[in-house]
Write a protein that binds this ligand. Sequence first.
Ligand SMILES: C[S@@+](CC[C@H](N)C(=O)[O-])C[C@H]1O[C@@H](n2cnc3c(N)ncnc32)[C@H](O)[C@@H]1O
Length: 275
Amino acid sequence: MSFERLDEVRAHRRNDALQRGINPRDIDLLLSDLLEKPLAWLIAHGESKIDAAPLDALLQRRYDGEPLQYIRRRTEFYSREFYVDDRVLIPRPETELLVEAALARAPQQGRVIDIGTGSGCIALTLERERADLRVIAVDRSVAALAVAAINRARLDSHVTLVASDVLSGVAGTFDLIVSNPPYVPLAEYEELTVEVRIHEPRSALTPGPTGLEIIDRIFDEARPRVAPGGSLLLEVGYGQEQAIRALAEAKGFRIDAFLPDLAGIPRVVISSPHG
Ligand SMILES: C[S@@+](CC[C@H](N)C(=O)[O-])C[C@H]1O[C@@H](n2cnc3c(N)ncnc32)[C@H](O)[C@@H]1O
């Protein structure tokens, strides 16, 4: 074990990261985790001696393309910390828009279901923000549900977790059906960065050639399961607006709104069954 000055380790590794196209902030976050100290401490205690080997081991994973969130085993979503590992998609900031829209539409005591819950980020956030809601979260992946269960325990939540292929494993009707389904067309998936394609679960990202395969099923299965006055809210992909409009119409839904994300991309579709 060899000890080096913290400020020298930071400067050297941050410079190295920059040259590899990695955000140098990652160095500080990993150091902060390893030393169990905040960033301000790292900056103020540059003369401290540390063993850089554990940092270098984590950095090698980062340089091999593993997302920082998996290495750190956590990410932030809607101002809460969620445990993540490679069994689930890393929650994305644009999905917070779906949560906002769901919170605005959920009636008091409403029954809500989240299809394809992954880490549980949508379902658990809805329930933590609105304790009156009765929230069920489903996923076809039992591995993903195990991660959602970790987050449920950590957030002291009461969301019901169920293994289900779309809605086949649950009964009843819902005031809100929400989902961030896999929607990346297969050809686009093949073009994604190594970070996403190699490390995140394929079944969370692409449903098949068109990208619309699971959305199509959700419209079909949700049609008889939306309670009177209720809605279906979906996150969708870049360039899918026209196809979604046609699909919704064909499946007996009207589009109430298409909400753009911060980049101006139509991202969340709010729809309700016709009459
Ligand atoms: C895009 S990820 C969304 C994860 C999480 N809700 C989020 O927003 O970060 C899609 C999720 O849908 C799940 N999934 C894929 N096909 C499914 C199906 N047929 N029925 C239920 N869940 C499915 C995947 O396992 C994955 O967890």
